[in-house]
Design a protein around this ligand. Sequence first.
Ligand SMILES: Cc1cc2nc3c(=O)[nH]c(=O)nc-3n(C[C@H](O)[C@H](O)[C@H](O)COP(=O)(O)OP(=O)(O)OC[C@H]3O[C@@H](n4cnc5c(N)ncnc54)[C@H](O)[C@@H]3O)c2cc1C
Length: 471
Amino acid sequence: MITEQIVERLKSIMGSEKRILLEKADLVSYSYDGSFGAYNPEIILQPVSTEEVAGIVKLANDMKIPVYPRGRGTSLSGGPLPVHGGMVLDFSRWTQKLIIDPEDTVAIVSPGVITADIDREAQRHGLLYPPDPSSSHVSTIGGNLAENAGGPRGLKYGVTKDYVLGLEIVTPEGDIIRTGGRTVKNVTGYDLTKLIVGSEGTLGIITEATLQLIPRPQATQTMMVIFDDIIDAGKAISAVLTSGILPSKMEIMDQASIQAVEEFQPIGLPIDVDAIILIELDGHPIAIRDESEQVKQVCLEVGAREAIIARDEESAENLWKARKLVSPAIVRKKPTKISEDATIPRSKIPEMFRRLQEIKAKYEIDLVVFGHAGDGNLHPNIITDKQDKEEMKRVEKAVEEIFTAAIELGGTLSGEHGIGTMKAPFMEMELGEAGLEMMIRMKKAWDPNNIMNPGKIFPETKGQRLVLVHD
Ligand SMILES: Cc1cc2nc3c(=O)[nH]c(=O)nc-3n(C[C@H](O)[C@H](O)[C@H](O)COP(=O)(O)OP(=O)(O)OC[C@H]3O[C@@H](n4cnc5c(N)ncnc54)[C@H](O)[C@@H]3O)c2cc1C
């Protein structure tokens, strides 16, 4: 409970009262993210310095008030939702530091910096910050680090964790610590940097990050490969990746996502098809011209109807625009979108497509599949209406079956969106009782009063089930 005395103490910690929000309208605005469910916080604080964060967290820890870190609220798993009220710490105003050091090839950034801005600045020095979530123009680096965000380029370059050299963190007890550093090599003690990355704001608050940059590839080449059967598209992914060529991106869009994009903003995608794969190659211009022809042949051999190489930068950009439009396009049909990112080993992609088709038919749901197919990170999205209780019951069962299918095929609950609230009930299914218990023990060691993003990652009761709608 945030009392008037606590508000007064927060005012003395924060440099400006303007960055303390208590109006009802503000509380409601911060009750959502990109997932499902809404929970009002009691207060919103917008810190812009490590000292402010440390002061707030010390107070919260003393008073046992829940603290919910938040970037831009684009989480698709409920990460920043204040499920137990308390304080939301909004970092979106903390964008002041974005330093590129071309000699050490690093970037040093504040938590609220927009991810695409880091790559844009790196480009000015001929460098690349590879992680590129499709939300990179709106999401913050703090949110990306907390979720260990991936993106299309993950196929060739890996994900956020692969580019973090060091962090500054405020622990749940309000201490300021530094992990890692500025060197590529660093093996001093436990790797706390990697532990914090992907911990979804449950182990501490990231107040600064040192990121690794790499030389920017000279050129890129995009192509669209068209399939009459999505299962063949799954086979093509494995065929390309075993042909000796590693594309930088391989993204799939099924018929429903193509149709939705063309109805939303016509791009000129073929609609009489079962799926398309968008492929990007990067490297030396002569090498990628040759590789594009090879990739085209491989796809045609496994049953692609056609493979079209983008003739110029504009047509390539147009194709990638289509991929980015999928999310906004599919929600026009019905208002509620449940985005999953169950991920399977590449060899199981055709089998996963088959299982998703069965789940869609069995539960009579609108299921759209797109995503980073090259690394097995599919995004099955259920388009529904949360007011329709009868349909939501079927959706609950479908979600459970999607996770079961992914685990049975040797995959995981989440490739990049995180566990948050949405997948917490399924953690034991993937980790087993002892595996989950080890994680819970780590959380208790870091955060003895359970103030840091409580209600996330771990099921709150034994045997908790996913409930999207209450009777
Ligand atoms: C259209 C769309 C496309 C997307 N595409 C991708 C994609 O391709 N790949 C991908 O991985 N994700 C994707 N996402 C999901 C989302 O954008 C990412 O999870 C992103 O990292 C969230 O960043 P954010 O700034 O919005 O953080 P928020 O959503 O505000 O928070 C996310 C998590 O980070 C924690 N957090 C935020 N800041 C800090 C901090 N400074 N310290 C500690 N914890 C913190 C929060 O508590 C929460 O648990 C997409 C989302 C949308 C809406």
